[in-house]
Design a protein around this ligand. Sequence first.
Ligand code: B12
Length: 383
Amino acid sequence: DICNIPEVDHNLVQSLGQHLLPWMDQLSVEHLNPSIYVGLRLSSMEAGTKEVLYLHSLKLDYQQSLLSDDNSDLPTKPSMGQLALYMLALKANWHNHKGYPHSSYYQYSLSILALCVHQKRVHDSVVGKLLYAVEHDHHLLQGHLSVDTEAMAGLAFTCLERSNLNPNLRNRITLAIRIVQEKILKAQTPEGYFGNVYSTPLALQLLMTSPVPGVELGTACFNARAALLTSLQDGAFQNVLMISQLLPVLNHKSYVDLISPDCLAPRVMLEPATVPPSPGQVSEDIYVLLKVPSVWPPYRHTISVPAGSSLEDVLKKAQELGEFMYETEASLSGPYLTSVMGKKAGEREFWQLIQAPDIPLQQGIADYRPQNGETIELRLVVW
Ligand code: B12
């Protein structure tokens, strides 16, 4: 039994692609995002010359930052995971006319995957470290993030298994793939998600790559696809990084396909979406209670913003009003909250976004749009 994703409505897929288009014009260092390029190349759509220019800018930017030494004013060095995504992007740039076709476990896996699709052999001990973590059920990351991490590890192992780059580890690799597949299947929610809505695309990328012995994958994947479609229609996929992980799935592809990309597969040219004229009406204000209990004195204020504002708008407004302070850092997923009330998250800490009383948000500050009367808590936690 295989994990098969039935065809998805073309218009829906196209509107996701169109969402990426304006980003392809943003060629500044803070905006360049290799994941967008990979997602689009593995989709059924193309952006023509924009793609060429985008890859060119990625190359310039990454080469420059790799050459820079630490005290120059050139861009800071990309993380291991960003480099890995950049390598995936380089491999996603096949030529159509040729015709033939320390860090987290997530970033560690992404790096092994990126080297593997380039057919670069890494030492058995490097792979062994990830195998050990999976075999000994190390919490690849607590809570809801584990599915993303397990899926990325599974994709790396699947590439290694197919390429047979570490033949001595063959049996352990095969077994590890099965372990993560089973864990991901166990994490399926009653609605059909693997983990949560945003880990489902990577989970499906993995499940699509190989059958699981003795498991009915068909139904599980069918339910996941149905759940994804519902959230797609509800507008849950606004974040470009999330779209970039989803598009390959909707095109029956995974990162493992980058071993030998299918260069002949036709892709449809994307046209910019026509933006419906805004109704121009003045929107009402909503009230959001913002609190930070873990500082002294505790912060707690009701902030009013126009309906439809993001959590980031709420934070900005609170800062303008005084007493509240925050800082962000750009990441591939958008602005990441690094500091609140002057308190920077430390090495293994992060500022968690919580909808009171205790529901962690599934989106970042730029994407999450609070409802009227909601209470949002910012909580410094250890991960
Ligand atoms: Co997180 N996280 N995360 N996360 N995280 C994921 C991105 C994902 C997809 C997980 C999921 O729900 N399935 C969602 C985002 C969904 C969406 O965009 N709609 C998610 C969420 C929701 C969050 C939180 C908002 C949860 C919360 O507080 N309620 C917070 C961020 C709050 C804030 O802004 N302060 C959060 C926190 C974390 C921790 C646990 C701290 C770690 C990051 C710490 C670290 O590794 N040093 C974390 C991880 C590892 C991930 C994960 C598994 C991998 C990210 C990664 O390494 N990418 C992804 C899974 C995925 O992408 N499918 C989820 C690869 C590198 C190359 O890209 O941009 O350089 P990068 O990576 C950095 C950013 O991704 C940043 O930390 C990375 C390391 O520096 N980061 C960000 C991590 N999570 C998030 C979330 C958002 C919204 C932003 C803007 C940045």
